[in-house]
Design a protein around this ligand. Structure first.
Ligand code: BDR
Ligand code: CA
Length: 313
């Protein structure tokens, strides 16, 4: 059995690519996929998670968790990047499901079932993780590790000058998770931004006879359109996929122990991540932060993984 992971996602084409990579990887046992509002509304996010799983139809279906309205969410419009449904207007039909448990309950149950063994890979706002920690205060110490895509250490934000999208959407929850007594790794925007996939990606994906190839070939044109229209880029960033890769191939990434927190109030700075890097810091180190990666090797590992090729150094 591979490493047990929960993927907490807000698909989003970037999240969808990460799900393709995770569900095809024999090193991972994806015990649950929990939806959270972010790139799209909570309802749409839940629907998109179902649609992606149904399209990929992995040999073992993970538990699914339904997103609910967060208490503190700041509404952000991501439609121009990923389309109004978050999945490039693909409008996949999904089976009607009864009794989908709330994401935070699924997280609590899965962590309690395998204490210290579950890695949570958080690829959206931290609403569900914070709620799980509030619901079960012992949970932070029972999670094996949380790997978070979000924040920025030195570079600018991507949703305001100061804030990265996932932190900005729900900064109160992000702060709860940052301050919790859990083992955390942050994969910030300054690092994930360094990977830009160009149009040659289409020549390197599996073909339409493969479910991953079929799904990504439907989704990715919207991402390329969105990045060109919004940022003038002839390529796309895949923040969530790079973050997943830091779990699959940690030897390709450099980390540093740091003391991090999240701003929850400032007019200009709400959602900004702040690190105490003073010579004599007052804050305790509370997370590992990815500071560098072997970019070309990461890109190759992404392409290999999407094609079902898994290598280890
Ligand atoms: C993050 O924002 C979202 O739009 C992406 O899915 C990713 O998780 C990058 O800032
Ligand atoms: Ca995401």
């Amino acid at each position: 059995m591979g490493r047990k992971v929960i993927l907490d996602v807000d698909p989003g084409i970037d999240d969808a690519m990460a799900l393709c990579l995770a569900l095809g990887n024999p090193d991972l046992e994806v015990v649950a996929i929990t939806a959270v509002g972010g790139n799209v509304s909570p309802t749409q996010s839940t629907r998109n998670v179902q649609a992606i799983i149904e399209q990929l139809d992995p040999p073992r279906w993970p538990r699914l968790g339904a997103a609910s309205e967060p208490d503190n969410r700041l509404a952000v419009d991501r439609r121009s990047l990923y389309g109004s449904d978050g999945l490039g207007e693909t409008s996949f039909a999904v089976a009607e499901r009864q009794h989908l448990l709330p994401s935070e309950k699924v997280i609590c149950d899965q962590v309690r079932d395998a204490p210290h063994l579950v890695t949570i890979i958080a690829l959206g706002p931290l609403t569900n993780i914070a709620r799980a920690f509030i619901r079960d205060p012992e949970l932070p110490a029972l999670v094996g590790q949380i790997v978070i895509m979000g924040g920025t250490v030195s570079g600018p934000g991507n949703i305001t000058p100061a804030a990265e999208f996932n932190m900005f959407c729900d900064p109160v929850s992000a702060q709860t998770v940052f301050r919790s007594p859990s083992t955390k790794t942050l994969v910030p925007l300054d690092v994930t931004n360094r990977v830009e996939l160009g149009y040659d990606l289409f020549n390197r994906l599996p073909d339409e006879s493969n479910r991953t190839g079929q799904l990504l070939r439907q989704l990715l044109p919207q991402a390329f359109r969105g990045y060109r229209q919004q940022f003038g880029l002839e390529g796309i960033h895949v923040h969530d996929t790079v973050t997943l890769m830091s779990v699959l191939r940690p030897e390709l990434f450099t980390t540093k122990s740091m003391a991090g927190d999240v701003e929850t109030q400032g007019d200009l700075t709400i959602g900004a991540t702040v690190f105490d890097r003073r010579r004599a810091p007052a804050w305790r180190h509370n997370m590992e932060v990815v500071t560098d990666m072997r970019k070309n090797a990461v890109v190759e590992a992404i392409i290999d993984g999407l094609n079902g090729r898994f290598r280890h150094e």
